[in-house]
Design a binder for this molecule. Sequence first.
Ligand SMILES: Nc1ncnc2c1ncn2[C@@H]1O[C@H](COP(=O)(O)OP(=O)(O)OP(=O)(O)O)[C@@H](O)[C@H]1O
Length: 344
Amino acid sequence: MSLIIKNVNKTFTNFPALKDVTFEARSGEFIALLGPSGSGKTTLLRLLAGLDTPNAGEISFEGENYLKLNPRDRRVGMVFQSYALFRHMTVAQNIAFGLNVRPAKERPSKAEIKSTVERLLKLIQMDDLGKRYPSQLSGGQRQRVALARALAINPRILLLDEPFGALDALVRKDLRRWLKRIHHETGVTTIFVTHDQEEALDLADRVVVLKGGKVEQIGTPLEIHSQPSSAFVFDFLGSANKANGHIKDGIAHFDGFSAPVAGAANDGDYTLRFRPYEAHLSRTGAGIPVTVTAVLPAGSNLRLELKGTDGALFETQHSHGSEAQGFSVGDTLRLKPERVYAYA
Ligand SMILES: Nc1ncnc2c1ncn2[C@@H]1O[C@H](COP(=O)(O)OP(=O)(O)OP(=O)(O)O)[C@@H](O)[C@H]1O
């Protein structure tokens, strides 16, 4: 049983925002919708939540046609980038909101609501902060409250639209770990929208890459990372070095050297791509002639910026202690990809 999205189309006054979007989320799965600005991520979330309707296509959850259900009956929890907490309500009142506004005959008792709020405050590790107002919380804490409020209604699907987008990098990382744990504990089917590839690969069971309203690739983080299906996905997932070469019998040939090709490619001329961490630098031997323009720290690695004789820019990454540590700005070197990706 799962969330099924089938041939969904959405057009805004002649502009197609979603084109034939099809994928499934297994019950309890964590899906990241990854794509650049304008690729249709929020539009799709709004359709799932029932805030808008598609022009064509099907959306169902566990066999139930969601397009025939009004938004309230879909039991969908949503968290947006902007906190959207009620400023005049305490943290506890915010969390209880979705339960308090239910019609009398569906509303849990006061005691049940109180115990749900207490359980959720524990879950978000804010047991002692129930009486505070949103203005008395940090950005990260507010997003945790927003998530608790979304979980209070016991949602069947959780929709998260760039929930950490407005927070600084360190808080984001912290909340990511925290969200993973919450997902593990609650097991709610989750659709997480982001344009941050690192966030998507780190959090999701599977990633759906969107481009211009179309699904470009679906796969596990490992599949998306190691087998990008198109030049777009390759470039979107991280730094891409590009060099012209020729493929013959599955081997890429450059001026004076060759490199293996990841995946299958027909013979012919290509713009070949390779990652900064899949390249070797040396003072002599075969390779693309380059000059070092910068040596920079990159976490536990060393990042080198390089310029080719024709002005092309390249980037490489090496572990500390590798030969690259001995290179400095102005050195002329040879750059050799360990493997390359070819897209028609
Ligand atoms: N109500 C609307 N009327 C007209 N066009 C719209 C409307 N809502 C969205 N669009 C257009 O549809 C496209 C997809 O928008 P959407 O908000 O889904 O993108 P997104 O991937 O979520 O982008 P971002 O990362 O910037 O939030 C955009 O080109 C947008 O301008």
